[in-house]
Design a protein around this ligand. Sequence first.
Ligand code: 13P
Ligand code: SF4
Length: 309
Amino acid sequence: MAAVGTITEEILELKRDRRAVLLAHHYQEREIQELADVIGDSLELARKAQEFEGDVIAFCGVWFMAETAKILNPQRIVVVPDREAGCSLVDSCPVEQVRAFRSRHPEYAVVSYINTSAAVKAESDILCTSRNAVKVVQSIPAGKPILFLPDINLGTYVKQQTGRENIKIWQGACIVHATFAARRLAALRTEHPAALVAAHPECPRDVLSQADFIGSTSAIISWCAQAPAREIIVVTESGVQYSLGKMSPDKQFYFLANENCNCSECPYMKRNTLEKLRDCLRDLQPRVELPEELMERARLPVERMLALG
Ligand code: 13P
Ligand code: SF4
């Protein structure tokens, strides 16, 4: 414990010296969330990145989230504890394939999930997150065909919610949420018959069909706090336990485990540690650096999304 106390002090001192803000996604380790100025889902963190005073953003999340912060704050330094904190959805969607689709189908509006590279964002008409994807798609004129990328499960959910037939959906998936199994969820519900179920829309359709609530990470946490149940099965990354415990101390939460690891942790998110956070504040590396021209093109679809409220 003494060592943790020391590193915490080092981080807080570096944070002051660097005039840094520490943004943490809900999937970060508890000790990182405890130090954060703001904890949030991808939409909240994108908004927060625009609002603070200071010189440095230490982004405790994954690389695409930090790139979004950089796109919105080109003058600031944005660092991430671990450069390898990636995302399977980003990997599933190479920019060359998006460009090829656009040139073959110029009539399509490209709606990209925030879980994409800066280069893919720059090829998009508008971005969305799991919190606002339905609203973003509804904002596009009814007759316009849409390419929704890259998450197949979120895309399928949005298609069903909006009733839009003219949506093509990319075939990417989240290695955490896509591997939650309906069979395991059904068994957990049988074990806890009084429990309600909250799930993230990156989960497969047969998991979502068992959910009482479907929403983004922060939406799940808020819903659990006001839901009329003492027991809730949560089908998302288990880092949300930190905020669930703070907001709903009297409730009992059960986490569904993935098929492949018997846990529900994102291996990319969990690459960030307190030691790496200290080092990135000290060295100002790994740092997000993007060409000005790319940031300018990528900013437009991000700002279109943020303007929707
Ligand atoms: P949120 O928008 O809920 O933060 O989701 C981001 C993410 O990566 C989920 O896996
Ligand atoms: Fe990407 Fe899934 Fe990890 Fe979220 S949980 S960062 S979508 S791999």
